[in-house]
Design a protein around this ligand. Structure first.
Ligand code: 3PG
Length: 412
């Protein structure tokens, strides 16, 4: 399937016996205690590309990340290699190194058809810097790895909105293509969102908050959403910005995310679009082993908010029921914890039951839909969270721009 003629896909090159650098997004939700991967949907999503390349006897060198420095789920990729191997039903070699001697020797020793997963690229400080592709193409990583490979393939749709080195640095230097997942996502999303049905509601939750104020601003400015519902950590952050004392326990969960700058951005967005931004009216906490809804008027609570409360669920269900397009990125709470899946489950159920178009984005939310047996009823489940949002807002996707540039430079 070729979604566009402006960048190459796997159909455009002969990979036989060639070395291919393959950038994927296997950033997965992990268990806080064991750090085991609790949903491997993103790993499964890249299997067709890896299998096809290895089936064509390419030597497949995979670049990937897990979380980012400073976060609790920033880990190496040994578990990812194990699960990729299980899903491929073939061996996957792994070294926890990206461009040092160990990585280079492992690449040099690959036989045709073999697959190697390198270490977490975000171990390199340079990877986390958002710079343009020209500057990244002169980086140490590109200088070290590009000469060892014949092609670069990007299947990291989930990270296509980041202008980071392993994503945009290689295409200006070598023939490049999109993988199967990337091509499928872009094709499907273009088809779905060419003419969205109104009213449209965006439900934003999850555990990342830094991008949310900007996201809301763009969604509102672009007229993409009539209403934005905020749940999960984003809901709590905005409640704080509105002056609700959510309590120390809930605030602690926000510590990494609610920087003074983000707080200011949230306050500004609230003052501009407040009427169309719906916040939770209560939170569900665990008290004496049971789920209890506490209204915002009775906050702060000693316990952390683990889900939106029953009043919020009912309020949001009505808005979703009346919508024709509903998009959700990020769960409403800790849906893995029994009793606190209710908010996420009922909001997804409301999306699929209203007969409109439902789109889910992000590894966590996709995992939740699968867990509740609702994934098959959602119109489209994307592996992208932030990337999908960027795509929907018609903002340039750095990875797509880099692939286009590579096609101009190297053909075919
Ligand atoms: C994601 O999970 O959205 C992608 O892997 C990008 O991660 P990031 O927001 O840490 O860049």
């Amino acid at each position: 399937m070729s979604p566009t003629k402006d960048f190459n896909t796997l159909d455009d090159f002969n990979f036989r016996d060639k070395t291919v650098l393959l950038r994927v997004d296997v950033n997965c939700p992990l268990d806080r205690k064991t750090l085991e991967i609790i949903n491997d949907a993103r790993i499964r999503s890249i299997v067709p590309t890896v299998r096809e390349l290895s089936g064509k006897r390419a030597k497949v060198v995979i670049l990937a990340h897990q979380s980012r420095k400073g976060k609790w789920d920033f880990t190496g990729l040994e578990r990812h290699a194990r699960l990729l191997s299980k899903n491929l039903n073939a061996p996957v070699r792994h070294v926890e190194d990206v461009m040092g001697a160990e990585a280079r020797e492992a690449i040099a020793s690959l036989a045709p058809g073999e697959v190697l997963l390198l270490g977490n690229v975000r171990e390199l400080d340079s990877e986390s810097e958002e710079r343009d592709m020209d500057s990244h193409s002169e980086s140490e990583m590109v200088s070290a790895l590009a000469p060892l490979a014949d092609y670069y393939v990007c299947d990291a749709f989930g990270t296509a909105h980041r202008s980071q080195c392993s994503l945009v640095g290689f295409p200006p230097k070598m023939p490049s293509a999109s993988g199967r997942l990337m091509a499928r996502e872009i094709y499907a999303l273009r088809t779905i969102f060419d003419d969205p049905r109104r009213p449209s509601v965006f439900i934003i939750g999850g555990a990342k908050f830094a991008d949310v104020p900007h996201m809301i601003e763009r969604v509102m400015e672009a007229g993409m959403a009539d209403t934005v519902i905020l749940v999960g950590l984003a809901g709590n952050a905005f409640l704080s910005a509105r002056g609700v004392d959510i309590g120390d326990a809930s605030r602690a969960a926000l510590a990494d995310e609610l920087t003074p700058e983000n707080f200011r951005a949230a306050t500004e967005v609230m003052s501009r679009y407040g009427q169309r931004i719906l916040l939770p009216v209560d939170a569900a906490v665990e008290r004496d082993g049971a789920r209890v809804s506490v209204s915002t008027g009775d906050m702060p609570t000693a316990e952390p908010a683990l889900d939106i409360g029953d009043g919020s669920i009912e309020k949001f269900e009505k808005v979703i029921a009346a919508s024709k397009t509903a998009f959700m990125s990020g769960p409403a709470g800790m849906f893995e914890k029994p009793g606190f899946e209710v908010g996420t489950r009922r909001l997804i159920a409301a999306m699929v039951e209203n007969g409109g178009l439902s789109v889910i984005g992000g590894g966590h939310t996709a995992g939740a839909a699968e867990r509740f047996d609702l994934a098959d009823r959602v119109s489209y489940v994307s592996t992208g969270g932030g990337a999908l949002e960027t795509f929907l807002l018609r903002e340039p996707m750095p990875v797509v721009e880099a692939l286009k540039r590579s096609k101009v430079a190297f053909g075919p």
